[in-house]
Write a protein that binds this ligand. Sequence first.
Ligand SMILES: [Mg+2]
Length: 210
Amino acid sequence: MKAVLFDLDRTLIDLQTYTDYGAALEDVESLIGSWDDPPAPQTDWDAPTQRSMSILVALSGDPRWCGVSEAIAVHEMTAIADSHAMPRLEDALALSQGIPRAVVTLVAEAPARAVLARHGVDIPVLVPRRPDLRPKPAADQLLEACRLLGVAPSRTVMIGDSTWDAEAAANAGCGFVGVAATREGATRFGSGVMTGGDLVVALELASRAV
Ligand SMILES: [Mg+2]
């Protein structure tokens, strides 16, 4: 492994639990109207989170995307005060120091930078959701991170907690290691995916992955 890409939410820091995606959706739907079934792969997120992220995926390239993203970002920003580090974050940051690394997240740039700073995550290469990149589970954000780090995707491992991270890694040609702090979380990826119970174990698995 030459480089590592970390998902942010529920991989490094839990912001998602405290983000009121239900309220975010009300704001989004006041902008764009209701949308019965925005097309995107299923995850094990709760319904408002899945729906918010699916709308961002489905609107990729649409002029309404920025307004929708900003409406959701207000609620992501509000959640930062309650956010907490995932298990062994500090150890994992120390262990991965010296390895080219980036954060690749569906969170918007301002709340992502603010929540990383709040928890002392000093990883300057950040690829948040952006209007010019198709969001995970597409490959674009991961390929942009590899380009910024100057490392081939085939020598890079994504570490993340969701099936969208795993799909994005596959689409980008990166390795993937799941991180799941709970037993039920460990089963979401299926038997073919290496999964660590915390960030340090995930990093150790990643170092042997590609
Ligand atoms: Mg996540």
